[in-house]
Design a binder for this molecule. Sequence first.
Ligand code: NAD
Length: 487
Amino acid sequence: MKAQPPASHFIDGAYVEDTAGTVIESLYPATGEVIARLHAATPAIVEQAVASAKRAQKEWAALSPTARGRVLKKAAEIIRERNRELSELETLDTGKPIQETIVADPTSGADAFEFFGGIAATALNGSHIPLGSDWAYTKRVPLGVCVGIGAWNYPQQIACWKGAPALAAGNAMIFKPSEVTPLGALKIAEILIEAGAPKGLYNVIQGDRETGPLLVNHPDVAKVSLTGSVPTGRKVAAAAAGQLKHVTMELGGKSPLIVFDDADLDSAISGAMLGNFYSTGQVCSNGTRVFVHKAIKEQFLARAKARTEAIVIGDPQDEATQMGPLVSFAQREKVLAYTEKGKAEGARLVTGGGIPNTASGEGYFVQPTIFADVTDDMTIAREEIFGPVMCVLDFEDESEVIARANATEFGLAGGVFTADLTRAHRVVDQLEAGTLWINTYNLCPVEIPFGGSKQSGFGRENSAEALSHYSELKTVYVGMGKCEAPY
Ligand code: NAD
């Protein structure tokens, strides 16, 4: 098999197998071919992973932050050296075109290790608090063993975005990739060992919705960071609350992208296409409700249609391919059901809406799709599709569009395209979301915090802010005189 790893799990610095676990087949989404056969973690594997992480965390936390940072920066260097090989694996794992994975996946993981490796020595300082002759100080301390649970759209990036801040702060991590894309995280675990991390500091175990709870409910796990859907988020948060564990929730969205009539039209169309078609639309922060001012709507649609129909769909391993398949058969069924619903509920199909005939019948391809005349009550305007389906809605008035943009349970992201600087800031100020873009879309460099509000989650990834979600403050009051008591 094309991408079979030596074993399913990576624990304590080595590949480990337990064939008693349920079989997980990894399929290449462009052909449906089985590329690896793995096993979900059994309770014995989970225990092994937790025990080894506990041991490693103590050793790791005792190092200076500079020494920890050095290991993380080394890992970043190795990831960059192997970008091609890791990107090829990511393409097999997800079906995303090599044209994308080579610039967006291992490299953004390397950015995370480089960034957190770089700030470890300076961003974890405590403070000194003068109290007359007494004084106090604070220390930022790690939480212990943290669990990362990933989605299937950015497997390597998620493994790094969770691992890098967790490790920088002095924690160990057990990462469970999505059962749909189990391969990339194993390579990240291997690389960390090569970079000098202690054995057990970053373990990877495989599994699905049955395995996740074994980790979340484990009494030796201090924190869970999930990237996934809102229903899964509710379950994981509820389980974690049972033991008052720390949680970060990176969940789904149905984000608004507002295009005013003074916007640079080509730039706005680029933003809308990036925010709907990149990674075959499987991006949580996508601007899937594109509100376009009535005055420019037809022009917007005509140009967006022409550019969309020129997208090169096909073999993800071909450098010229711009759009690959969806990640799985189930995901394609879901996306096609939504497009049928869009048609049935009266949205105007501008382009796409089915399966492209460029594909040989194999693989989970769909056409990039644009619907116009979408109204707020339509299912395609309310639910997260997670596929390349752009819904264009009309508006005329600024306050009306803000109210409509906010009329959703989600609050992950949003964007505005306008030439009016004042309006841009006024509008984003009123949009209820964790991450907002002005005159661009979906750029998430590691320097800026990323995360959602409302039902899209809480906690932030990336930026120095992420360290506060992987550590806690310890306060020490220092009495300099005699201790007085009233009795
Ligand atoms: P999912 O919710 O089905 O699964 C996510 C992960 O949770 C998987 O690893 C799965 O095995 C695990 N899981 C499922 N049930 C669990 C349980 N009860 N306890 C513990 N773990 C459990 O999501 P998905 O289909 O893999 O990914 C798509 C979703 O992820 C979309 O909604 C998307 O918006 C969201 N997403 C969010 C972000 C973000 O940063 N906000 C990024 C990528 C994807």
